[in-house]
Design a protein around this ligand. Structure first.
Ligand code: FAD
Length: 486
C-alpha cells in the first residue's frame, strides 16, 4: 500500500480521489495551484452574487441512481443542498428557428414527447428508446463502472450517435433534437460515441438537479469531507515538477521550491500538464506525441448577469437556443439558465456558448486580470449577441452584467489547454488513444480528473474511483471500496 499519496489538482477529480484514499486511511495530500481549492466546481463572487463556472446542473442524483451512490460513498450528499429540476414538467426547453421541444423529466415522458412531436418516426423512436433504456439501467448499477474491464465500453458501442441516427433514417428535426445532449460533453454528434451520448442523456432524464447554494458550497463540502478524514490540502502553491528516480515517482517540487515526498502521485489535471511536469527523459516520445495530438473539446464563452426578480422569475428548467444546418446538425447553441441568485430581489442569468481559442489569439500570451482594455471590449462584444438572445427569449429589459469569461479565463484558471471546457474530446476515433494514456509512463503515477474516463461531474468522479483502483490494486479495491458500497 502507498505510504504517502500526493494528488495534483483540487477539482472534483482530485478531491474525490483524496476522499476515497483517506477513507482507507492512506495518507494523502492534495496540492492546488490556486488560492482556493475546488477547480471548476467552485463559483466566484461578483457584486455579492455567486456565479457558477463548472456546475450548472447534475443528473442521476436520486436515491439509488449512479451519481447519488457515488456522493453517498464519498460522504458528501448531506453537505450539498440541491433542488430538483422539472417542477413544471420540463428540464430543458430546446428552441430552434421554427419549432420547440421540451425535454421532460423521466424516460417515459421523453418517449411520449418524442412520439407526439415526430409521429412519422415511430420505428426510429422505438430503436432509440431501447438503447436509452438499456444504458439507463446500468446507471443504477455503479459496480459496472468500477470494474477493470469496463465492459460497458466495449468496441461495438463505439459507433457515433450521428452515424446511428443517420442509419436509422431520422429526419433533420429529430436529429436536431437528439443532438443537444452531445453538447453537454462538448462532442459533436457525428463523433460522439453512442455510449457516452446515452449515458449523458439518461443521467439527466433519470433526475435533474441544481445546486441550491453555490459551487463554493459544493467545493467546501468536498474539502471539509477530505479534511475530516485526515487528508491534507495545500492551496496556493502548484506542482512545478514531478520527481522521478529509477522509473518511479518520488514526490513533487512545488512552485515555492518546497518538496513533498510521495510514493504515489495522482495527477488530476490535463495530461498535457502531466507531461510538462515530468522529466523529459522519462516520457516515451510516443506517449508525448499522443498527448500532443489528441484533440481537446472547445472552450466556452460565458456571461453571468443579475436581473430583477420581480419582473423575471427564476425558471425551473434550462433554455437552449439552437441553430442547425439543413441536415439537422447543430452549428451553434446557447445555453441559458435563469435562477435565484441568493441575493434578495435579484435572479441570476447564466448564458454559455462554445468559443474557439482562435478567437482569442491576440491575448494568448496575457494572463487573467492583465489582458487590457481591448480584451475587455472583445469580451463585451462577443457577449452582446448572447445577451440580446436572452433579452428576446425572456423579455428582459434590465440586466447588470456581472462578468464575462472566455476560454482564456478557463485556461489560466485551471490550466486547461486552450481553455478546453471538458478536456480531451472522447470521439469514436480518439477513445482508445485517450484510454491508453492511463497506462502511465512512470511507476506510481496515475491520472484522474475529467481526462481519465469521462467529463462532467459524474464522469470525473467515476474516473477518480478508477484511479484509486489502479493505485491500491483491484482486489483491495473490490473488497474495501466496492464491498463497502454494496
Ligand atoms: C463552463 C463549464 C460548465 C460546466 N457545466 C457542467 C455542468 O453543468 N454539469 C457537469 O456535470 N459538468 C459541467 N462541466 C464540466 C465539469 O465542470 C468538469 O468535467 C469537472 O469539474 C472537471 O473536474 P476536474 O477535477 O477534472 O478538473 P478541474 O476542476 O479543472 O480541476 C483541476 C485542478 O487542478 C489545478 N491544477 C492545474 N495544474 C496544477 C498544478 N501544476 N499544480 C496544482 N494544481 C494544479 C487547477 O487549478 C484546478 O483546480 C462544466 C465545465 C465548464 C468549463
Amino acid at each position: 500500500m502507498p505510504e504517502q499519496v500526493l494528488i495534483i489538482g483540487s477539482g472534483i477529480g482530485g478531491l474525490s480521489a483524496g476522499i476515497i484514499l483517506a477513507q482507507l486511511q492512506i495518507p494523502v495530500t492534495v496540492v492546488e495551484k490556486n488560492q482556493q481549492p475546488g477547480g471548476l466546481m467552485r463559483s466566484y463572487r461578483r457584486s455579492g452574487i455567486d456565479c457558477p463556472v463548472g456546475v450548472h446542473y447534475l443528473g442521476a442524483l436520486d436515491q439509488g441512481q449512479l451519481l447519488r451512490q457515488l456522493w453517498d460513498a464519498l460522504g458528501v450528499t448531506p453537505l450539498i443542498p440541491l433542488e430538483r429540476m422539472g417542477a413544471e414538467g420540463i428540464i430543458d426547453r430546446y428552441i430552434f428557428d421554427d419549432f420547440e421541444f421540451n425535454l421532460p423529466a423521466g424516460i417515459d415522458a421523453f418517449e411520449e414527447n418524442l412520439r407526439r412531436t415526430f409521429p412519422e418516426e415511430q420505428l426510429q423512436i422505438t430503436m432509440i428508446m431501447a438503447d436509452l433504456r438499456g444504458i439507463s439501467r446500468s446507471l443504477s448499477a455503479f459496480e459496472i463502472f468500477l470494474s477493470p474491464a469496463l465492459s460497458v465500453f466495449s468496441p461495438e458501442r463505439f459507433e457515433s450517435m450521428g452515424e446511428r441516427l443517420f442509419h436509422l433514417g431520422c429526419s433533420p428535426r429529430l436529429t436536431a433534437v437528439l443532438g443537444v445532449p452531445a453538447t453537454l460533453i462538448g462532442i459533436p454528434l457525428q463523433k460522439c460515441p453512442v455510449y457516452y451520448y446515452y449515458m449523458t442523456l439518461a443521467s439527466y432524464l433519470l433526475s435533474s438537479w441544481r445546486l441550491v447554494g453555490s459551487g463554493t458550497v459544493m467545493a467546501e463540502a468536498f474539502v471539509s469531507q477530505l479534511r475530516s478524514l485526515g487528508g491534507n490540502i495545500l492551496a496556493g502553491d502548484g506542482v512545478a515538477a514531478i520527481q522521478v528516480e529509477a522509473g518511479c515517482v518520488k514526490g513533487a517540487v512545488l512552485s515555492s521550491g518546497r518538496t513533498l515526498p510521495a510514493d504515489v502521485v495522482i495527477a488530476a489535471v490535463h495530461p498535457e500538464t502531466v507531461v510538462s511536469l515530468l522529466p523529459r527523459a522519462v516520457v516515451r516520445p510516443s506517449y508525448r506525441e499522443r498527448v500532443a495530438q489528441l484533440e481537446n473539446t472547445k472552450g466556452l464563452l460565458g456571461v453571468n448577469a443579475a436581473v430583477p426578480a420581480d419582473s423575471h422569475r427564476a425558471l425551473p428548467y434550462n433554455v437552449y437556443r439552437l441553430f442547425t444546418e439543413a441536415d439537422g446538425s447543430l452549428n451553434r447553441g446557447i445555453f441559458h439558465q435563469l435562477r435565484e441568485s441568493g441575493q434578495p430581489g435579484m435572479n441570476l442569468l447564466s448564458t454559455i456558448t462554445s468559443s474557439d481559442i482562435e478567437e482569442w489569439r491576440p491575448w494568448e500570451k496575457t494572463t487573467s486580470g492583465k489582458r487590457g482594455s481591448e480584451y475587455e471590449a472583445a469580451k463585451q462584444e462577443r457577449a452582446r449577441p448572447l445577451l440580446d438572445e436572452a433579452a428576446k427569449l425572456f423579455g428582459l429589459r434590465e440586466m447588470n452584467v456581472l462578468d464575462v469569461y472566455s476560454p482564456l479565463t478557463i485556461r489560466d484558471g485551471v490550466s486547461s489547454p486552450g481553455g478546453s471546457a471538458y478536456g480531451i474530446m472522447r470521439t469514436t476515433k480518439q477513445l482508445f488513444k485517450a484510454a491508453s494514456l492511463n497506462r502511465s509512463p512512470v511507476k506510481g503515477l496515475s491520472l484522474a480528473g475529467q481526462n481519465r474516463l469521462a467529463s462532467g461531474i459524474m464522469g470525473t468522479i467515476l474516473g477518480s474511483f478508477q484511479a484509486v483502483r489502479q493505485v491500491i490494486g483491484h482486489e483491495k479495491f473490490m473488497r474495501e471500496v466496492v464491498g463497502r458500497l454494496l
